[in-house]
Design a protein around this ligand. Structure first.
Ligand code: ATP
Ligand code: MG
Length: 263
């Protein structure tokens, strides 16, 4: 398997705060790769570097064999990286279908002018986006919410809409920042099955999550950050038994392996 996303000695400093400190990571095509660590460990910052929101203080990000460090987010998205956000970023007063259609804009050629003039290209792109968005909603089981305003949906469903919109980019890799937050245990289990299904369809997935049962049951490899540094990387079994990881979590009153393999 080829490496799809690599971080080399990546650092992100905010003034004197070392939010991410010399992190190295290799994600192989086909992985479901977990990123875990206590609050403030640097997980979201690391995602922000990978997806181009932050230009790192030092280090390099390689995506599909090409350095992408410091490129604009949109350019990185076009190269095949999509993500969701820890704080849901949907357009609240748009319907679910409209939110997903936005994900297509990066793939279509419509300019503002052709949209205003309602040109032929605009109509074609609109039709394409509507059909494809409907297809994605079907695929992720959200068709019944197609015409519902995003703000009227429960939190768990909003998270799925964000994933649907990211899928509209037709990415090679999908970064999910705490997708199970706000979900109940059965929704979380459903999400795990869904992530595995997307992965089986050829998508590499990177997921930040606090829910240990989800992480241990869904990911094949896990990176553990603590105070910005990598303290462990390996299979779920290796991570669960690692002393540093357990200390980092015990310090915060958490237990890494707790109930992770219960049904
Ligand atoms: N834009 C920023 N400016 C200054 N400090 C920041 C910025 N973004 C993050 N930080 C700080 O960097 C550290 C890492 O934050 P980050 O959000 O990456 O943690 P996290 O692992 O995602 O935590 P959580 O599990 O709570 O989401 C924190 O101390 C945070 O306050
Ligand atoms: Mg975070």
């Amino acid at each position: 398997m080829a490496t799809i996303l690599e971080a080399r000695d990546v650092c992100q400093y905010f003034g004197g705060l070392k939010a991410v400190e010399k992190v190295n990571m290799k994600i192989e095509e086909g992985d479901i790769f977990g990123v875990i660590g206590p609050n403030g460990a640097g997980k979201t910052t690391f995602f922000n570097i990978c997806s181009g929101i932050f230009k790192p203080t030092a280090g390099e990000i390689i995506f599909r064999g090409e350095p992408i460090t410091g490129l604009l987010t949109e350019k990185i998205a076009r190269k095949g990286m999509a993500r969701t956000f820890q704080n849901i970023q949907l357009f609240k007063y748009m319907t679910v279908l409209e939110n997903v259609k936005i994900g297509f804009h990066i793939r279509t050629r419509t300019t503002m002018l052709s949209a205003l003039l309602r040109s032929k290209r605009y109509s074609e792109d609109e039709k394409f986006a509507t059909e494809k968005a409907a297809e994605i909603l079907e695929r992720v089981g959200l068709s019944e919410f197609r015409d519902t305003l995003a703000s009227n949906l429960p939190y768990g469903i909003q998270r799925k809409v964000e994933i649907a919109r990211a899928l509209a980019l037709d990415p090679k890799i999908l970064l999910l920042d705490e997708p199970a937050a706000g979900m109940n245990p059965s929704e979380t289990q459903e999400l795990s099955d869904f992530v595995k299904k997307l992965n089986a369809g050829g998508l590499t997935i990177v997921v930040i999550e606090h829910d240990m049962k989800f992480v241990m049951n869904t990911c094949n490899r896990i990176l553990v950050l603590n105070f910005g540094q990598k303290i462990c990387e390996g299979t779920p079994d290796v991570v669960r038994d690692d002393r540093n990881v357990n200390e980092a979590y015990f310090g915060k009153g958490l237990v890494v392996g707790e109930g992770y393999n219960n049904a």
